[in-house]
Design a protein around this ligand. Sequence first.
Ligand SMILES: Nc1ncnc2c1ncn2[C@@H]1O[C@H](COP(=O)(O)OP(=O)(O)OP(=O)(O)O)[C@@H](O)[C@H]1O
Ligand SMILES: [Mg+2]
Length: 506
Amino acid sequence: MPTMKPAFEVDKKGLAKLLARRGKHFAVLELIQNALDEDVREVKVVLSPASKRGKWQLVVEDDSPTGFADLSHAYTLFAESSKKTDPEKRGRFNLGEKLVIALCDHATIVTTTGGVEFTDNGRRSLRRKTEAGSVFCGTMRMTLDEVDETIAAIESVIVPDGIKLTVARYRGTYNPGDPVDGEEAVQFDYHTKLSMFEETLPTERADEEGYLRATKRKTEVEVFEPREGEVGTLYEMGIPVVETGDTWHVNVLQKIPLNTDRDNVTPSYLKKVRTFVLNAMADELPKEAATAAWVSEALSSKDVESEAVGAVLDHRYGKKRVIADPSDPEGTKLAVSQGYTVIQAGSLNRDQWSQVRRTGRALPAGRVTPSPKPYSDSPDAEPEKVIPEEKWTDGMRRVAGLSRALGKKLMGAHVSVRFVADVRQPWAANYGPGRLCFNKGRLGTAWFNQDIVGGSGGVLRLLIHEFGHHYSMDHLSSEYHDALCKLGVKLTQLALDEPEFFEEWT
Ligand SMILES: Nc1ncnc2c1ncn2[C@@H]1O[C@H](COP(=O)(O)OP(=O)(O)OP(=O)(O)O)[C@@H](O)[C@H]1O
Ligand SMILES: [Mg+2]
């Protein structure tokens, strides 16, 4: 029988080229990620120039008591990662370490269970081992920019509570184990935690057979203030995943569903996270953030809470706000005249409107500043309020006669007149097409006895106002305004042409 060959062979140089697009700095994050998955108190990262020009040595040391449980996992691609079943550990693909080794011209790993060396020619075991902890030491070609990017990547890590991350950039040779507290150490402040909350989020977890499955789980989520110059980023247990440009860094303390490049999440996952962050941070939302893309996205989610919607609308439109109301254009204008900000239909998208309506955080103008509603003139509307003609006083008959006559003179319209007595209605009179109604409950008996031409002009004023509605119901429209002007002119002409007309009513 011919001897079998391994199913796969890996071309290390080819793999390294594929990785180039992720940038060299990803390597250090894979190594830190692995260290943080262990029971560590301190992780040290040191970059130093290697003896060959253009090459740098990257050392990552940790103090995990157990070290690598199985050192063969350092070079076995896609072995079953024991971390797959633990939502609170970062590793799952059993890939990261190998990618880093592929980038290195030379690398060694020394841990409690032994050591291994990787060169261009292959791999061999080392006799060395550590008492505790593991040391990764790799050399790779890096430009000065790449060194800077690597340092920046390390600084961007959100260091878990209780763990110390030490970073140094040496000018001379660094030997693993050397102290790094001198001037070579990179000084950086840990990120400031603003808040923490619990929510259920999608995650992935291996089932009994080792298959990674999408599932949901309650997790803690932390919100951090980005440092000066940092861009808001989504983190998985302290390791940056993707820049979001949002107001804050968001650190999810369980596995995030990730691609093998570990550099993105699905839009729906991001929307969930953003919504929960807005819910948790509504009180602290800065004004300028209220129009940010992430807030707009959260505002369209069915999970957005009422307080969060309120906070966003407060910032965008002020507390005194109404929704433009096509069913009550006059009410909408009244709102403006009373100092309300009117939210136009186009200001929000369909999903955002659904959430505003669901939470009632802004109401249509027709409900907040309704236009005066005329008394219903359907015959069966509270007939007991209508004053029958035989009960009209002389004053009422006189006003009714004047109204009918003026209706004909000024508008050429036949106007029928009736009176109601209803103190609960806020209006003194109203006008529907060809129907004028006086509310004696508001006007009082004496009003109908006043001197029509010589007095304060109260009756004529009311008639002009009501006849204006012959042309428009909307007090704030230009049609209504024009109608009042026209009526003024007509009335003046009448007074000049037929002064005797008024004698009848004085
Ligand atoms: N610093 C370390 N201390 C102890 N064990 C480690 C360390 N780094 C790596 N390991 C072990 O080596 C294995 C391989 O690491 P690798 O990064 O390739 O895979 P992973 O972390 O399991 O998954 P992922 O590809 O998602 O990172 C890990 O599963 C872990 O058991
Ligand atoms: Mg890993």
